[in-house]
Write a protein that binds this ligand. Structure first.
Ligand code: K1U
Ligand code: ZN
Length: 172
């Protein structure tokens, strides 16, 4: 397993639409293992493959990895089968838009279909942080970032702040 570099805005690869995985094989599982290590190291609660430069529809997640106890989850070729009309606001962050947080409104409940780590098809309902995180990560698979849900002014300001911070880090 390896910790990979996380792409950061304005990297154009983050705008790519990722391709469906042809199979859940050892190569994809090795990528998801790397993604998980990368996510834990960051730290974060979710990560999409494109964030490590791989345009394939795969997501890893662990919403509650406190006290060393890990509960990793893997979502390959996820689809939203149903989304509630009811929405909920949530203050989101993104490892590809470091240190920027803002409120996004998304459906409060969704029904998902995906392939798990063993390639089995699963259908599951999501609510709360799980619903927020899976929708955020699925947006990544379509080249959409949480800042794309904000006003143009807020989005441009966020990208400018990330660029400035990267320049300052480079100069230090
Ligand atoms: O970059 C990403 O997609 C990961 C992102 C997931 C996410 C967070 C909040 C709302 C929606 C989606 C993150 O993990 S940002 C970091 C974060 O939320 C966190 C980090 C450490 C502990 C707890 C949370
Ligand atoms: Zn993100």
């Amino acid at each position: 397993m390896a910790i990979r570099e996380i792409l950061v805005v304005p990297d154009r690869r983050l705008k790519l639409k990722s391709k469906p995985a042809k199979a859940v094989d050892d190569k994809l599982r090795a990528l998801m293992d790397d993604m998980l290590e990368t996510m834990y190291a960051a730290p974060g609660i979710g990560l999409a493959a494109i964030q490590v430069g791989e345009p394939v529809r795969a997501i890893v997640m662990d919403l509650d990895h406190k006290d060393g106890e890990r509960r990793p989850r893997y979502f390959v070729n996820p689809e939203i089968l149903w989304a509630s009309e009811e929405t909920q606001p949530y203050e989101e962050g993104c490892l590809s838009v470091p240190d920027i947080y803002d409120e996004v409104e998304r459906p409060a409940h969704v029904r998902l279909r995906y392939l798990n780590y063993d390639g089995e098809q699963v259908e599951e309902d999501a609510e709360g942080v799980f619903a927020v995180c899976i929708q955020h990560e699925m947006d990544h698979l379509d080249g959409v970032l949480f800042i794309d849900h904000l006003s143009r002014l807020k989005r441009d300001r966020a990208v400018a702040r990330v660029k400035k911070a990267a320049k300052e880090k480079e100069a230090a």
